[in-house]
Design a protein around this ligand. Sequence first.
Ligand code: SAM
Ligand code: SF4
Length: 314
Amino acid sequence: MKDGHMRDIRYLRLSVTDLCNYRCQYCMAPEGVEKRPHSEILSVEECVEIGDAAVACGIRKIRLTGGEPLVRRGIVDICQGLSELNGLEELCLTTNGSLLPQLAGPLRRAGADRLNLSLDTLRPQRFQEITRLGSLGQVLDGIQAAEEAGFSRLKLNVVLMGGVNDDEIPDFIELTRTHPWEVRFIELMPMGPCAGWERSRFLSADEVLRRFSGLVPLKDSGVARRFQVPGWAGTVGLIEPMSHRFCSSCDRIRITADGRLKACLHSRQELKLRGLHGEALREAIRRGIASKPERHHLTEDGSETPRCMNEIGG
Ligand code: SAM
Ligand code: SF4
């Protein structure tokens, strides 16, 4: 379905939990988030019902995210239910990868098509510092498990942080020499814990092109500008939410773990979906899509939304 600015909205990011087993410095406070009663979070059945209604409104791709979607009890059942929806073309997840050694196989068998993995550094000590609770080894095992389970064309999400991991830009690009992965550098957005960080941490994705010569442009895909070193197996993507290049091609809506539709990541505007069924639910989703703002109002002072990334689903 088209929104009010003639963008075809085909992509839903559904947050299945706001909890996480990591505490990435830019995303979560060290103490994590307050655990909410189960009743406040969408049930497995509600996730599938909302997915079904979204597909009826023209959604063709659903990404499960969070928080960390793999810590959500019932995640395999959610995938199973969604993958059986007629009309859904792609079911994806964004994960920190830590639980993939156990879950990659079950998720694949339940019908998940694609995975995006978040990996901000290739150095074990730095990984521990950024995630506070994570171990790089777990995630590397997770990547291997994902490939063994049949997930191909993995995307690795790297949030660029000046003075933290920008010295690893060439190392990440080097991964694409032999691996058929897309390494995606994402501009850090000032939200939640990182909203007050010093300016030097917020790098433009153009920095990647300045620090690494030899990248040749490919056709853009969705919100990513894409590049490749000719002859290498993988590709490089730049995701630039801080510039408005992103908004004109934004084809997504989001639903929070407590069942509120957000047509724009940074807007305060939310539409409550819980308790709605059938035509009333579809009508609410259509209204949400129609109201999608033309562009976000994210400024250097931060996002308009009081929510953190883990609540909305990045
Ligand atoms: N836990 C999963 C993960 O880390 O992949 C899924 C949820 S996480 C919120 C989704 C993505 O948002 C991750 O790639 C994360 O690095 C990114 N992210 C979180 N906070 C961000 C911020 N302030 N700016 C840019 N990206 C952010
Ligand atoms: Fe968890 Fe993902 Fe946020 Fe890191 S970015 S704290 S892994 S939700």
